[in-house]
Design a protein around this ligand. Structure first.
Ligand code: PEP
Ligand code: MN
Length: 339
């Protein structure tokens, strides 16, 4: 971290700051040529709170030189984490994954029929929410543990990995056979939950909160990595802006920025970004073109009867069409390295 002091900072003040840093095993070092104004803080600054440094009144400015999320940062252009799931499915690097299924698990018939179909059209992970974070307490809240059991049944039937959202640390034991734990947008900064999924060692898909910056998303991921779990996938799912034509505004620019900053796989959820099925495919294709490592998409056998997020669910025909277009686009952009 680099700090710039006010012109009239006294030697006594500089020494006081020096002692304060020494207590934290850090050291002040004058940067030559700046007339006692510019100092570098040397040592492991990751644990240093920049706001506390700025609270010394003689500190005019403090700036990170190395980002405060060392573990998620990319160290070279070809530094990519590739996560391998139990059945060999790979996420990140040259691999592209589609995690597809209903917003919420409703019944075994509904889940199986969606899972079998999307599997036949290229999905490699089945999504389905059992614990649903609904805005209204009167909306369907999900089947809970029973929903996870139905997901596990479908995992057995399709032999595909599954992803489901964990809302509450008290339910984590129900996720021991779930391949990927989703941390939803509402919980991106729920730090006790982040620490707990870090301890679980399971693959985590971390969604960006709709009012969170890219920097905050990276710091949330850093919680999981610094807790000893490096199997983290980031997911852009739309943010809130002044534009209200759609549910959210998909921040496509987050994809290249994240891919530049971090080695973690970056996925996109176009369904929750737009909230309307007719716009899901165009945003999914735009995400592929922008370099996403995968997509998480909602599909329902009867969107008009869905218990949650029906308006944004793709029909079987729509998903079939999208899947074909993704293949064409990836081939055109020469993104399929194994062809
Ligand atoms: C979901 O994927 O089911 C979900 C609730 O998404 P988000 O957290 O992005 O709103
Ligand atoms: Mn949903």
């Amino acid at each position: 971290m680099i700090i710039i002091l006010n012109e009239n900072t006294s030697q006594i003040e500089i020494e006081m700051l020096g002692r304060w840093l020494e207590d934290k095993n850090l050291r002040l070092s004058l940067v030559d040529g700046f007339e006692k104004k510019v100092y570098a803080i040397i040592g492991d600054t990751a644990q240093l709170d920049i706001d506390k440094v700025c609270s010394f009144q003689f500190v005019r400015e403090a700036k990170w030189v190395i980002e405060p999320h060392k573990k998620v940062d990319k160290i070279s252009v070809d530094n990519h984490t590739v996560i391998e799931l139990e059945n060999g499915t790979k996420i990140g690097g040259d691999n592209f994954v589609m995690m597809v299924g209903p917003c919420t698990v409703e019944s075994i018939d509904q889940l199986s029929s969606v899972a079998e179909f999307v599997k036949s059209k290229g999905a490699s992970v089945i999504r389905g929410g059992a614990y649903k974070p609904r805005t209204s307490p009167y909306s369907f809240q999900g089947l809970g543990k029973e929903g996870i059991d139905l997901m596990l049944q479908v995992k057995k039937e399709t032999k595909l990995p599954i992803i489901s959202e964990l809302l509450d640390v008290r339910d984590i034991d129900n996720f021991s056979d779930v391949d990927i734990i989703q941390i939803g947008a509402r919980n991106m900064q729920n730090t006790p939950l982040l620490k707990e999924v870090a301890k679980s060692g399971k693959t985590v898909l971390l969604k960006r909160g709709w009012s969170n910056t890219i920097e905050e998303l990276l710091l949330s991921a850093e919680y999981v990595l610094s807790g000893g779990n490096s199997n983290v996938i980031l997911c852009e799912r739309g943010i809130r802006t002044f534009e209200n034509s759609l549910r959210n505004t998909l921040d496509i620019s987050a994809i290249p920025i994240l891919k530049e900053k971090t080695h973690l796989p970056v996925m996109v959820d176009p369904s929750h970004a737009v909230g309307k099925s007719k716009h899901v495919s165009s945003m999914a294709l735009a995400s592929v073109a922008a370099g996403a490592d995968g997509l998480i998409i909602e599909v329902h056998d009867e969107p008009q009867n869905a218990l949650c997020d029906g308006p944004q669910a793709l029909t079987f025909e729509e998903f079939d069409d999208l899947s074909k277009k993704i293949t064409i686009l990836r081939n055109a952009l020469k993104l399929n390295k194994n062809l």
